[in-house]
Design a protein around this ligand. Structure first.
Ligand code: ZN
Ligand code: ZN
Length: 107
């Protein structure tokens, strides 16, 4: 497959490692004040449907984001790869998922 951000190619695993090495700055981490949570967000390079998740439901530990930014980024890129596979498979050179194979219930 091809990296969604540059021309690097490799297996899905290699691309995942490449994303964590070369594109870690694409993952934004921030504090969600209303719930005092630490969250991360990552935009899809091909559509408006970015992803956002809670990284740590209790956002009180100082240094959490710095310490775990890499782990958070790898989780975010894993989610992005699932999204790319499901929505933009041909753009990154992944085999498209046949409709009957993607019957996991949403939510
Ligand atoms: Zn790249
Ligand atoms: Zn997308």
């Amino acid at each position: 497959m091809k990296c969604p951000y540059c021309d690097a190619t490799g297996t899905r695993m290699e691309t995942h490692a490449h994303l964590g090495r070369e594109h870690i700055d694409r993952v934004r981490t921030f504090r969600y004040e209303p719930k005092d949570q630490l969250r991360f967000a990552l935009d899809c390079p091909f559509c408006e449907e970015g992803l956002e998740r809670v990284a740590n439901p209790r956002g009180r530990e100082p240094g959490f984001l710095e310490e775990f930014h890499r782990e958070i980024a790898l989780v975010a890129f894993d989610l992005l790869l699932y999204h790319l596979h499901a929505a933009h498979a041909e753009l990154v050179g992944l085999p498209a998922i046949p409709p009957e194979a993607s019957q996991e219930s949403a939510g």
